[in-house]
Design a binder for this molecule. Structure first.
Ligand SMILES: [Fe+2]
Length: 278
């Protein structure tokens, strides 16, 4: 359903002056929905991550203690720091670092004049001791060989993240885990529409695509973003299982069949011909 965004803003975004760019981006991306071309015949996990063209991949097979993690995040709310507000026109986006340079270094190491590939600069921060369930989940159940950044990200009610890209080439990159996702809060991606999130959802995201988030609700939204290196033996089948499920779902999704868009799924999906967004 295409929401009349002007009504939505009047209803919940009290007093906000949203840029035309943000409003137009959200409206157009939602109206177009999933238009990405992606390969449905990847035969190995590296191809899924580097060449599939998927705008996002919902990761299956994890039991995320999302409610407990949400309660820990809410308890730390007063410590969170404004994130990317000094050089971008975002509003209400905050962060706290569980693993990284320190709990205060919410951005990539290069922003602080450091080498992001230098593993020696990353560690579990003092904040990790204050979020024991969350930290134990990543240490014991997430099966990463090492982490760079693991951050709690909060978007305040009425907050927004302006349209942007984070990569200049295609890759299914950072992991984004929803501790909650209030009704009215949407992560919108160019060529994909609204990226599905509900409590406990894990998505790997292709952030070469422009994306924006608007929390058009009266509750704060808490997600966790993970950068690091997955244990390949564990994660490779996870990627493959998740990919097959996603492709099967997209191929049979009734909403796509009912779509009145100009092209059918099968004319959009490229079988065997890789078409990336790079
Ligand atoms: Fe981003």
């Amino acid at each position: 359903m295409v929401v009349d965004i002007s009504v939505a803003y009047r209803g919940r975004g009290r007093g906000l002056t949203l840029s035309e760019e943000l409003k137009t981006f959200i409206s157009e991306a939602k109206a177009s929905g999933m238009t990405s071309s992606f390969d449905v015949a990847c035969e190995d996990s590296k191809a899924i991550l580097k060449k599939s063209g998927l705008p996002y991949l919902p990761i299956l097979g994890f039991e995320v203690p999302a409610q407990e993690m949400l309660e820990e995040a809410k308890a730390l709310q007063s410590l969170m720091l404004a994130h990317r507000s000094d050089y971008e026109d975002n509003r209400g986006w905050k962060s706290l670092v569980l693993h990284g340079i320190s709990s205060l270094h919410t951005q990539g190491a290069e922003k602080y004049g450091m080498d992001p590939e230098d593993d020696s600069i990353y560690r579990w921060t003092d904040i990790s001791d204050m979020a024991p369930v969350t930290t134990a989940f990543f240490k014991e159940q997430f099966h990463y060989d090492w982490f760079h950044r693991v951050r709690i990200m909060m978007l305040e009610p009425g907050g927004y993240i302006c349209p942007h890209t984070d990569f200049d080439h295609y890759t299914l990159g950072p992991v984004n885990i929803a501790l909650n996702n209030p009704e009215g809060c949407e992560f919108v991606m160019q060529n994909a529409g609204v990226v599905p999130f509900q409590q406990g959802t894990i998505n790997k995201l292709a952030l070469v695509n422009r994306h924006a988030v608007f929390n058009n609700s009266d509750q704060a939204r808490f997600h966790i973003i993970v950068h690091g290196c997955p244990n390949w033996e564990y994660w490779s089948p996870v990627y493959m299982n998740s990919y097959r499920r996603f492709v099967d779902h997209e191929s049979t999704s009734s909403h796509l069949e009912e779509s009145k868009k100009t092209q059918s799924l099968f004319s959009r999906v490229t079988r065997g011909l890789l078409q990336t967004n790079s």
